[in-house]
Write a protein that binds this ligand. Sequence first.
Ligand code: XMP
Ligand code: MG
Length: 189
Amino acid sequence: MYDGDIASVLVTEQQIRDKTAELAELVARDYARDVAGPGPGPGSDLLLVGVLKGAVMFMTDFARALPLPVQLEFMAVSSYGSATSSSGVVRILKDLDRDIAGRHVLIVEDIIDSGLTLSWLMKNLESRRPASLQVCTLLRKPDAVKVDVPVKYVGFDIPNEFVVGYGLDYAERYRDLPYIGTLDPSVYA
Ligand code: XMP
Ligand code: MG
């Protein structure tokens, strides 16, 4: 598939699977008391908020790896700026379907680069008064540390290279690759 387009595999399918299980175990342990407290029910389930479209693959695998009842919500946002760097000015293309007041919310992200999108999203969701708000990202790039966004769960710290696969795209392609890889320069040419 996509013969010749992928220069190198950065994270293999097996590594993604192992890390997803590891993160799921951590999250389940941290939330076990909150979501299984007195009077558990639909309103106390952990609420995963995935950011479309990149986080879809990770979100669905992560949700299935979590030994907790979870509910799934999705948001679509677009950040103003060039195609390759975000400005931090964000527009909501698709909002959550329900109120998150009083809910334990975990944002599920594919990748954090400048962190500007996430920083905006955190503030936006925080203003809706959830019981708690944390972030779980599969990938994190070096620049992310420059922005003061608390990211509790991180899968892999990767070098500052453009990556595709497992939800991540270049011009909407390569999302269906089961691994994370770097693109061959010939693709940009
Ligand atoms: P910021 O910079 O606000 O933006 O953290 C994060 C968003 O930028 C996209 N992004 C990438 N997409 N390969 C991609 O396919 C990459 O290497 C990459 N780096 C950043 C992505 O949409 C992410 O949510
Ligand atoms: Mg993208």
